[in-house]
Write a protein that binds this ligand. Structure first.
Ligand SMILES: [Ca+2]
Length: 503
């Protein structure tokens, strides 16, 4: 029979081809299991990329997106994309502290951003994931924005887990000619673009560290708007610009029609919206191009296979949705420029999904199957236990982390749990289940309830409840919210935003 089959294949001229295919399949199978074994033996490198203020709708792979992000799309195809990823707060410092400590904002001491003249910083009592990796033998580096405390030496990144720091302890500020502290010495990169400068610094670091396991946090300033108006710009209202930036980044949008936000916003100030959206998408394009440079370097150095590359943003972003722009501290982008509810004054504090949902991708060829799409809700809080697992320390090796390891998700399994997430931002607390969202405003003494299943755009606040279904959901979610708050000692204190500054 065997003889017959071989003769038959030879006649068809496919014997050699078949053998090659079978051998190829064996090699692929061997590589996958072999790599998995190697990954458990040798901890992977980590490159953790965090953009600033990027909504997930600003990734081309999202269905309603107008973005142009070919390199990030490739990263998603080669790894995993999380469709329901959330940060823990709706503003920079609060969200970043939660990401790096795996604890809720009220536990880190940061429920808001840190002002330039702020004396506060992230709680010194908590571990950070770079700190734990450093203890495990990793070389650890932060390149870019810190924003978790700068008034005391103990608050600085080099005291909180990083061996190496090149960036800015406070905010960032501009898209061009940034002043950056490079290994302890301030330097102004006159005429250069910030996204390129930070990428260059990260690439230099990777080149230096060949042969030693490393964990790099690369925290871009983009696509955050410039703070202050750059020379030569005149802007109406209190607007901001993302310019100047490289022509190759802005060019694709110059004559491109800009689509209306989804869901549509009545009384949207369309010319303002379109100008801001063009610049914002151009800024994201600059990030994409530069992430591509870094990924090319990993290929060149043969490091891609054993490096986890994570891409996310510190918080989400509103651009037109609900008639707002910005994040948890939403500003009006409507022609009437006022809050229809007349409850929040000029700033519409919010925990809309646009402010708390973030882009999240990860590639780790040794452990993540290419093309994985995860639809279960995940949190930034999940990264600390995940990275402990990846480094072979075990996700439970640091006490009281609030998230859960993503390792089962990487392997295509779903985790137990009902997908409920909890959020804190200044005086707002939010509880989100896959079907409902409750937001309690401790300052205004007001609750908002959204039926996410039937109203995913959060257009209709169901409170005060007009039927038993809404009333019952309200009671149930409030119970859960209060329980979460009790569990972490959150008394719902009303902290006020830092006076005299704008994030
Ligand atoms: Ca931010």
């Amino acid at each position: 029979m065997k003889q017959t089959l071989q003769s038959w294949l030879r006649v068809l001229g496919v014997e050699r081809l078949l053998l090659r295919v079978l051998l190829g399949a064996c090699v692929v199978a061997f590589n996958f299991s072999g790599a998995a074994t190697a990954a458990t033996a040798a901890p992977p490198n980590v490159i953790f990329i965090v953009t600033d203020d990027q909504g997930p709708w600003a990734l081309a792979s999202e269905s309603t997106s107008q973005a142009l992000t070919p390199r990030l799309d490739r990263l998603a195809r080669e790894g995993v994309v999380f469709r329901q990823a959330f940060c823990a707060s709706a503003i920079c410092s609060a969200a970043r502290a939660a990401l790096i400590t795996g604890r809720y904002p009220s536990e880190t001491g940061l429920l808001d951003f840190i002002a330039d003249n702020g004396r506060n910083g992230m709680s010194l009592a908590l571990s950070t994931w770079p700190g734990v990796l450093r203890e495990a033998g990793y070389a650890t580096a932060l390149v870019g924005k810190w924003h978790l405390g700068h008034a005391r030496q103990e608050y600085l990144p080099t005291a909180r887990g990083y061996d190496f720091f090149s960036g800015y302890p406070i905010g960032g500020k501009t898209s061009q000619s940034p002043s950056v502290e490079v290994e302890g010495v301030w330097k102004t990169f006159a005429g250069e673009f910030t996204t390129e400068v930070l990428t260059d610094l990260a690439m230099d670091y990777v080149r230096r560290l060949r042969g030693r396991p490393f964990a790099i946090s690369l925290h871009y300033w983009a696509p955050h708007a410039n703070q202050g108006v750059p020379p030569g710009f005149k802007l109406p209202y209190d607007d901001r610009t993302w310019l100047p930036m490289k022509d190759e980044d802005i060019a694709p949008w110059r004559d491109q029609p800009i689509r209306a936000p989804e869901p549509p916003a009545p009384q949207l100030d369309v010319p303002r919206y379109e100008r801001i959206m063009r610049e914002y998408l151009a800024s994201v394009h600059g990030v994409d191009r530069n992430v591509g440079r870094l990924l090319d370097l990993l290929d060149e150095l043969g490091l891609a296979r054993d490096t986890i590359v994570v891409f996310t943003s510190d918080n989400g972003y509103l651009l037109g949705q609900h008639g707002l722009w910005h994040k948890g501290s939403g500003w009006w982008l409507t022609t009437d420029r006022r809050d229809p509810a007349q409850l929040h004054g000029a700033t519409r504090f919010n925990l809309y999904d646009e402010s708390i949902r973030v882009p999240m991708l990860a590639r780790w060829p040794a452990r993540i199957r290419p093309g994985t799409v995860v639809r279960e809700p995940v949190s930034h809080l999940d990264w600390f236990p995940t990275l402990l697992d990846a480094a072979g320390k075990g996700s439970g090796s640091v006490a009281e982390l609030r998230g859960r390891s993503l390792m089962p998700v990487f392997a295509g399994k779903s985790r137990d749990g009902d997908g409920t997430l909890f959020f804190q931002y200044v005086h707002l607390r939010g509880l989100r289940t896959p079907d409902w969202k409750l937001v309690r405003d401790f300052k205004a003494g007001r609750d908002e309830l959204y039926d996410l299943r039937h109203d995913p755009g959060e257009l209709t606040n169901l409170l005060p409840a007009r039927d038993e279904r809404a009333a019952s959901a309200h009671r149930n979610l409030l119970d859960q919210l209060e329980r979460r708050m009790r569990e972490i000692g959150d008394r719902g204190e009303i902290s006020t935003p830092s006076a005299g500054t704008k994030e």
